[in-house]
Design a protein around this ligand. Structure first.
Ligand code: FMN
Length: 359
């Protein structure tokens, strides 16, 4: 079994060897701060930001790339198809304080691949390489690339793309163990990531379907990767990175008491409101994250039902408070532990179907 404790992305040490995956619509400053506060996260990554919009000074794009002053190490992820625009955007990101600039070659969304960026770039290795080289020449901080295994089963070219990235000066690659055509269907192939690890000398991070601490250990062992990246697992259980880090360090994984769960969800709401400037956006994110957070939990459906119909902040706070009170009064203080056990695989098929509907 691997004992990944840390890895280096160029001059940036990632310790512990755990990464919060970029998730558009989720991993904004507030969510990243929540995860950092809980501990165990070696690196955070922003939502993807359009290089074209950054270059055109689009206000929303700049907000998406905003970082907390104490958020280190942090990576800003950009996407696009024009090497010059990507290079300019990367330089802006460096100016904004990014420790790392990450390039998105993994997004399956038609809005992104339709414009020939995201995972579609995996079908155009020459263009991908031109982008890597242009970006690398524009920044001093390390450059990394996030990709899938390939476009489809017939073109599993992640080792080739990772090699081109390394040749152009990339300092790490993260690989989601699915193809573009799989979207979020099926199960992530952690063994498939091993081919990338064998092809390059830079650190490789394994990603996809890590929902429990045991999953993380299996993903690391099967891929031989240097670190593990978690996306949806951190929405179901925001403590998962801390718990993985505990296990990697030989400690018993932290099991947050119910009060911690309540306090941190409400604190996340506070940060969202501070950051959002307008309550409508904050309310949308509160609903989304609470929905993930309570899936499969006792009375979770009732809570979701209540907050989905709320149009103001106060009733959402009140509903979450009442929900945790109800759990406590029902004597359920290990509800989360039962839903997120360390040694059991949750229902991935249901998760995958839900995501596919959402994407
Ligand atoms: C809601 C959502 C938004 C995502 N947005 C991004 C993104 O902006 N950039 C990116 O590289 N990947 C994005 N992804 C993919 C994740 O980073 C990750 O590769 C994928 O979800 C598999 O990991 P997981 O099973 O741990 O979630 C997104 C995934 C989800 C579910």
């Amino acid at each position: 079994m691997t004992t990944a404790l840390h890895f280096d992305v160029g001059s940036v040490r990632v310790a512990p060897a755990t990464v919060l995956a970029p998730m558009e619509g989720i991993t904004d400053r507030a969510f990243r701060r929540l995860i950092r506060t809980l501990g165990g996260c070696g690196l955070t990554v922003t939502e993807f930001v359009s290089s074209d919009q950054l270059s055109r000074q689009n206000r929303r794009a700049w907000q998406m790339a905003e970082l907390d002053a104490d958020e280190h190490p942090v990576s800003i992820q950009i996407y696009g198809r024009d090497p010059d625009a990507m290079a300019r955007a990367a330089a802006y990101c460096q100016g904004l304080g990014a420790d790392i600039v990450d390039l998105n070659l993994g997004c399956p969304s038609k809005a992104v691949t339709g414009g020939c960026s995201g995972s579609a770039l995996m079908k155009e290795p020459a263009l991908a390489e031109a982008i890597f080289r242009a970006v690398k020449a524009a920044i001093d901080v390390p450059m990394t690339v996030k990709m899938r295994l390939g476009w489809d089963e017939g073109s599993l070219n992640a080792p080739l793309i990772a090699g081109l990235a390394e040749g152009a000066g990339a300092s790490m690659v993260a690989v989601h163990g699915r193809t573009r055509m799989q979207m979020y269907r099926g199960v992530a192939d952690w063994r498939g990531v091993r081919a990338v690890k064998q092809a390059v000398g830079i650190p490789v991070v394994v990603n996809g379907d890590v929902l429990t601490v045991d999953d993380a250990l299996r993903a690391l062992a099967e891929s031989g990767a240097d670190g593990v990246m978690v996306g949806r697992g951190a929405l179901r259980d925001p403590w998962i990175l801390r718990r993985i880090a505990d296990r990697l360090a030989g400690r018993a994984p932290y099991a947050p008491p119910l009060e911690d769960r309540r306090a941190h969800l409400l604190r996340y709401f506070d940060i969202l409101r501070e950051d959002s400037h307008d309550d409508r956006r904050a309310i949308g994110r509160m609903k989304k994250v609470t929905g993930y957070f309570t899936r499969g939990l006792p009375f979770g459906a009732d809570l979701r039902q209540t907050i989905y119909h709320s149009h103001a902040v106060d009733p959402i706070y009140a509903a979450v408070d009442a929900y945790f009170e109800r759990l406590a009064q029902s004597g359920i203080d290990d509800g989360f532990a039962r839903v997120h056990p360390d040694d059991e695989t949750p229902d991935r098929a249901t998760d995958a179907r839900r995501l596919e509907r959402a994407s």
